[in-house]
Design a protein around this ligand. Structure first.
Ligand code: AGP
Length: 602
């Protein structure tokens, strides 16, 4: 959530900050702001809404010579999305940007207010800058004032502070929210992920929780609870895989079309002729493992839920799935024969990361399935498998879900193979099906235009039920999530057999049911469930290879040989349907309201 960029050096600072924030905008776009100190000159700009508003506001502003600068793009947590609540937050002579949440901000704020400090915003962040200026009145050095400030903060934060009291320095601290320092000669960069500094910095250091310090031209000093800390920089890739729309209207659309290709990447070197290989895993990785527990959020949780059917069915290993934010506080019973798997596109989701830390503290072995290398979740895990989906920019996740599900399917076979719980014949059949997956993800023009036309009938209604059975139930959950996220309509995913236990009471002609009716899995049972809804006048959109006479709308998929192939084909249909409805409603497909790509707050 939110994005931070900082730069110290001689280059044009405004452009570095704005370009960097552009890369992070998908993480939050309620407001954006920058602050620059050059010599004695301090400049600060903020704008509500997308970054283009800040660009417009700073059109006439240019920086010259050496200076320090910080920038931020915000996803509101404390306080409404207003210009006053936008970062950087200002004290009397200092500016601060911050990601995360200061949990004890209310107590700190009251203390500062009692000293006569006037707060301009409703944010937790503003306490940092006032606390710093209060400490600076009595501290021996500006750095000790910053150190004393950090010591008093509870919660998760990554923060940068600049001050006229020490105008050529950037102060930084990280605890629980991601932050890195980039280096190029005497120039120093800061960012909450590496994309803003690729092509600018040549080396990087990923800050660890508890790290803080300061940067001056050509000098970075790092500290933690034990005192000054030596650190090793690592090379930063110069290859900026900048995600462009490639002629598509939206990143989400491009990412849906990319799924067939990236699936090939996900499988490369892993799906072999007769077995599954993961170079990332030691030969005895699963030796003492008797059960699997998976934790994730949102779409990643849906891929986890899909895999629970696959692990138990194919690898004969017990598999429990948990929503990370629930898992954290349920005081779970954990045993060290359980492998703890986290799934995350971004690798920065706070709840998932904290769940992982909990599992590690309980002594569990951990594995992450993630799309972003070097992310916090990967760095925290014992082993990691990259999904190789490439940068996903659309806030509504598509290709990340497809590749996560594929990795989990492969992993289910791998576990079966390692534990000898899967027969050679079943393994062969599964691998054959897997190889056909890229084809089942190809978007046919005919299908896309059918969904574009059909979408006009789904712009109203009091509810949308996506229903399915078995692995098509998590797919129904995912289809409903896509519908909610970008069209702002109420939608639910439901196990088809469960409708009669309550939700069927809602059935009438403006209750839309999107029925996932694969031919390879429980077709007859599914058909009966849909008939029950149709008999109560619900409007039915059936997605199936088999024509269904009670359907009000019908999308015909291919007769595939394997449920997973039907799964992926139907996944594309639900993604395109959500996209086309959102386009018709005139919504912002890539940056839907109230959301952010990476949720780094609890
Ligand atoms: C997906 O469309 C969502 N935007 C959201 O549910 C997301 O999957 C969730 O926040 C988890 O993110 P992660 O995969 O980066 O951990």
């Amino acid at each position: 959530m939110c994005g931070i960029v900082g730069y110290l050096g001689l280059n044009e600072k405004k452009e570095i900050l704005l370009d960097g924030l552009q890369e992070l905008e998908y993480r939050g776009y309620d407001s954006a702001g920058i602050a620059v100190i050059e010599g004695e000159k301090l400049n600060n700009f903020k704008a509500l809404g997308k970054l283009e508003n800040l660009r417009e506001k700073t059109k006439a502003y240019h920086t010259e010579g050496f200076g320090v600068s910080i920038g931020h793009t915000r996803w509101a947590t404390h306080g409404k999305p207003t210009e006053l609540n936008a970062h950087p937050h200002v004290g009397a002579y200092s500016y601060v940007v911050h990601n995360g949440i200061i949990e004890n901000y209310q107590a700190l704020k009251e203390e500062l207010q009692a000293d006569g400090v006037k707060f301009l915003s409703q944010t937790d962040t503003e306490t940092i800058v006032h606390l710093f200026e209060k400490n600076n009145k009595t501290a021996n050095t500006v750095f000790s004032a910053f150190e004393e400030t950090i010591e008093r903060l509870d919660g998760a934060y990554a923060t940068l502070l600049i001050t006229e009291a020490d105008a050529d320095t950037i102060y930084f601290a990280k605890n629980g929210s991601p932050m890195l320092i980039g280096f190029n000669g005497d120039d120093v960069y800061f960012a909450s992920s590496d994309t803003p500094i690729i092509g600018k910095a040549t080396e990087v250091y990923y800050l660890e929780d508890g790290d803080y310090g300061y940067a001056r031209q050509g000098e970075v000093k790092l500290f933690d609870a034990k005192g000054e800390k030596t650190f090793t920089k690592q090379a930063l890739t110069a290859d900026k895989v900048s995600a462009q729309k490639d002629g598509f209207r939206f990143f989400m659309e491009k990412e849906i079309y990319e799924q067939s290709h990236v699936m090939g990447e996900t499988m490369m070197g892993r799906v072999l002729d007769e077995n599954i290989a993961f170079d990332e895993l030691d030969a005895d990785f699963f030796k003492d493992i008797k059960a699997i527990k998976i934790c994730a959020c949102g779409t990643s949780y849906h891929s986890a839920l899909t895999s629970s059917y696959l692990f138990e069915r194919l690898s004969k290993i017990r598999c429990d799935i948990e929503i990370a934010s629930e898992f954290r506080y349920k005081e779970p019973l954990l045993t060290d024969d359980t492998l703890f798997i986290t799934i995350s596109q971004s690798g920065e989701t706070a709840d998932t990361l904290e769940a992982l830390k909990m599992a590690k503290r309980a002594g569990l072995k951990s594995l992450s399935i993630c799309n972003v290398d070097n992310s916090s979740i990967i760095r925290e895990s014992d082993a990691a498998i990259l999904t190789r989906a490439g940068i996903e920019k659309g806030v509504a996740s598509t290709k990340a879900f497809a590749t996560q599900t594929m990795v989990l399917w492969m992993l289910a076979l791998y576990v079966g193979q390692e534990k000898k719980s899967i027969s050679k014949e079943v393994l062969k059949t599964e691998i054959e099906a897997m190889r056909k997956t890229p084809k089942s993800l190809l978007v046919e023009e005919k299908l896309h235009s059918q969904l574009t036309r059909m979408s006009k009938r789904y712009l109203h209604g009091h509810g949308f039920f996506f229903i399915g059975r078995d692995i098509f139930f998590p797919l129904a959950l995912e289809g409903a999530l896509k519908r909610k996220e970008i069209s702002y309509f109420h939608a639910e995913g439901y196990p088809a057999g469960e409708m009669k236990h309550g939700p069927i009471a809602l059935a009438d002609s403006t209750l839309f049911t999107i029925a996932l009716m694969p031919k390879t899995m429980h077709y007859e049972k599914m058909k009966s469930n849909v008939e029950e809804l149709s008999a109560r006048d619900a409007t039915i959109l059936a997605i199936s290879p088999e024509p269904f006479e009670l359907a009000d709308d019908f999308i015909q998929t291919n007769y595939d040989s394997h449920p997973m192939l039907e799964f992926f084909e139907m996944m594309v249909v639900t993604q395109l349907l959500a996209l086309e409805i959102s386009v018709r409603l005139g919504n912002d497909v890539d940056m839907p309201r109230n959301l952010a790509k990476s949720v780094t707050v609890e």
